[in-house]
Design a protein around this ligand. Sequence first.
Ligand code: NAG
Ligand code: NAG
Ligand code: NAG
Ligand code: NAG
Length: 341
Amino acid sequence: MSSETPEPAKLAIPWRTRLVLTMISAATDLSRRSNGTINRRLLNLLDFKSSPSPNKPIHSIISSDITVDPTRNLWFRLYTPENSGVNGSDTPSLPVVVFFHGGGFSFLSAASSSYDVVCRRFARIFPAIVLSVNYRLTPEHRFPCQYDDGFEVLRFLDNDRANGLLPPNADLSKCFLVGDSAGANLAHHVAVRACRAGFQNVKVIGLVSIQPYFGGQERTESELQLVGYPFVTVERTDWCWRVFLPDGSDRDHYAVNVSGPNAENISDLDFPDTIVIVGGFDPLQDWQRRYYEWLKRSGKEATLIEYPKMFHAFYIFPELPESSRLFSEIKEFVTKRLSKP
Ligand SMILES: *[C@@H]1O[C@H](CO)[C@@H](O)[C@H](O)[C@H]1NC(C)=O
Ligand SMILES: *[C@@H]1O[C@H](CO)[C@@H](O)[C@H](O)[C@H]1NC(C)=O
Ligand SMILES: *[C@@H]1O[C@H](CO)[C@@H](O)[C@H](O)[C@H]1NC(C)=O
Ligand SMILES: *[C@@H]1O[C@H](CO)[C@@H](O)[C@H](O)[C@H]1NC(C)=O
């Protein structure tokens, strides 16, 4: 791997993107305290949010916030292509995408502007009914709250025929779990639970794992070599794992070292077809490739897509051509999966 490690000069991105990257990193670093707490007041000022738009479509997508469990402030933002289900059965059925945002389990929300844009793009491009889950964050709520919340949303959907909150053309037998970074870690663990759950209506048929946040005690080549690139540093990821994991656990916990010897054995599970996306300037890439290889070893259908010139979370920047390419590539995966018998 080390011979392929790119030179620093090769990360060619527009200066405006670079400026935003610097601001986001500064905001998270400033709000992150060494005693393992987060200055939420400061962070809220710096995390730009968007409101749902239930009456006025934005690029032909309407959105609304739906509460799942008020006792733990669990809700999701629902994105629906305009006209879908207006007249019920005369609209074609659409797959359901359950999306989990990134942010090290500590930062951001389903209302964060950048994820609002991302989810609207998914809803429009696939097209699909998209639910963006607002799971609880650590350090206030540690592992496994995030996995519990993600799974609870699937259970809620499984009962939705009673709730009737989704548009009538939402096809729960065609669910995709999609996440980036910590959201992709979450999507993986929710997929494992979903396989074991025996749902009546929900069937997860695909997993889109965008630059998943995995790790371990060991330092990989890419973690050691790729220093000074956007978002991910060993210091930041160590901090996030420390405030996520139960006291006394190290990074070889199954939540982190997902493909290590402590991993859950998924061989016998009807695990969904998976696409794993990796960037050449992402220090987490070695863990991501191991994840892909482990899925294959476990007998699962998995595809690896590489973006050699891209950094962690590049796809949230619509000005990058690679971002559009990624959405097309995911659409292709979704379309192919939908046509598979
Ligand atoms: C952590 O530090 C902040 C700011 O210095 C302080 O307000 C907070 O009480 C501390 N929390 C813990 C658990 O030590
Ligand atoms: C829905 O049905 C109503 C009455 O049946 C009709 O007037 C309206 O144009 C339909 N809307 C769409 C989007 O098909
Ligand atoms: C973590 O995972 C790697 C393989 O991905 C493995 O070499 C290492 O031993 C693992 N550690 C533990 C304790 O699971
Ligand atoms: C996982 O389970 C399968 C079937 O039960 C078994 O054949 C396989 O050896 C197990 N793999 C590991 C790594 O334990």
